[in-house]
Design a protein around this ligand. Structure first.
Ligand SMILES: NC(=O)c1ccc[n+]([C@@H]2O[C@H](COP(=O)([O-])OP(=O)(O)OC[C@H]3O[C@@H](n4cnc5c(N)ncnc54)[C@H](O)[C@@H]3O)[C@@H](O)[C@H]2O)c1
Length: 345
């Protein structure tokens, strides 16, 4: 399989590494930051360009879009319009309207299109599918995504703001919450009604990015789900006591299914954990699928999908549902509560 890569930033490294580890061809990398494109291309032995158009004029089995969220719509649309199969990083776009248009473009072009909700790929998550089907009538649930405040990343954020002052910045809810909302919709089905509240920083540390985003969802299956996402400077909490406090819990009449997911950059060092409390036998089953690199799994599945197999990859329609839910939660929250920025501390 030959893959071309648009974007040579943080996450592109994980894509390039996976493409090479699987023995696929990494053809060319495009980034309008010449230094970034050249450095990544030299590290992974590919060609590079600063022109996305020139990359898209080349044949490839897959084009991976790994640019910031705000550019997904434009870059993924261009990749589809030039007839390419696309892996687009998550979230698919930054508005339900753009995502809907992308779903239509996928239908028009007939090109395969996958969204990088790679947490789905892990065998532990496949096991969670089994556990969640054994809880009886679903009554309630919890989506929790708390990450420690990354103090050391503040200079990176201010640099980004200086470079792209008009680009909206996304907080933990959009960046990591989207993964967990994707899993929620996959295992609990569609949402009927949304209530929400959010808290944002004043200008300063993360302007316009959420500190906390909370929601209460009524699902079409009648269950109620609590969503809590945020940045808080707690480093010793979560399943592994490393500050990554992220889980999906589904509670039914006869069981409780829990999925603890891992820090996104550590799938090859930490495994997600799935658990099932089964009320009928009054016992708990646990499953740890092992240290598996989600990014590599994603490419393995894409190769199978391109060969016509059914896969757990996220489709454009599924990713659109996540983006619609994000918009609905923001709309239901209305004007955010503001707290002071902490950059000047
Ligand atoms: N799957 C995951 O768990 C995961 C984890 C982290 C980030 N991500 C996603 O990866 C994407 C990229 O994030 P990142 O942290 O690598 O960002 P980044 O800022 O480190 O890198 C983005 C790169 O894209 C380049 N770029 C921007 N617009 C471009 C355009 N129009 N054409 C060509 N190049 C362009 C920038 O110059 C930069 O080098 C985001 O959508 C993010 O949500 C996914």
């Amino acid at each position: 399989m030959k893959v071309n890569l648009i974007g040579a930033g943080n996450i592109a490294e994980y894509h390039a590494r996976s493409i090479k580890a699987l023995g696929y061809e990494l053809g060319i990398i495009a980034d309008f930051n010449e230094k970034a494109a050249k450095a990544l291309a030299e590290k992974y032995g590919s060609r590079w360009t600063t022109s996305t158009d020139s990359l898209l004029s080349e044949q490839a089995d897959l084009v991976t879009v790994a640019v910031p969220n705000a550019y997904h719509f434009v870059v993924a649309s261009a990749a589809l319009s030039s007839g390419h199969a696309v892996l687009c990083e998550k979230p698919m776009t930054r508005s339900a309207d753009h995502s809907k248009r992308l779903v239509e473009l996928v239908k028009q072009t007939g090109c395969p299109f996958f969204v990088g909700y790679m947490k789905r790929m892990h065998p532990t998550v496949q096991k969670f599918a089994d556990f969640s089907s054994r809880i009886g009538q679903m009554r309630s649930g919890l989506v929790r995504v708390y990450h420690p405040m990354p103090r050391e990343s503040w200079p990176m954020i201010t640099e980004q703001l200086a470079k792209f002052p008009s680009t909206p910045m996304d907080g933990v809810f959009v960046n990591s919450g989207s993964h967990m909302l994707d899993l929620l919709l996959k295992f609990a089905g569609p949402v009927k009604k949304v209530m929400a509240a959010r808290m944002q920083y004043e200008d300063g540390c993360y302007p316009k990015a959420d500190k906390l985003a909370h929601a209460l969802l009524e699902m079409e299956n009648g269950a109620t789900i609590v969503v809590e996402c945020g940045w808080l400077p707690l480093s010793g909490v979560g399943k592994r006591e490393n500050g990554w406090d992220e889980l999906l819990e589904l509670r039914g009449e006869s069981g409780l299914a829990t999925l603890h997911t891992t820090w996104w950059e550590r799938p090859q060092f930490e495994s997600p954990v799935a658990e099932l409390w089964d009320e009928s036998i009054k016992s708990k089953e646990s499953y740890i699928g092992g240290m598996i690199d989600n990014f590599q799994e994603e490419y393995r599945w894409i190769e199978k999908a391109l060969a016509g197999e059914n896969t757990p990859l996220a489709s454009a329609e599924e990713a659109y549902a996540v983006d619609r839910l994000i918009d609905d939660i923001f709309e239901a929250a209305g004007v955010p509560i503001h707290v002071e920025g902490v950059l000047s501390e």
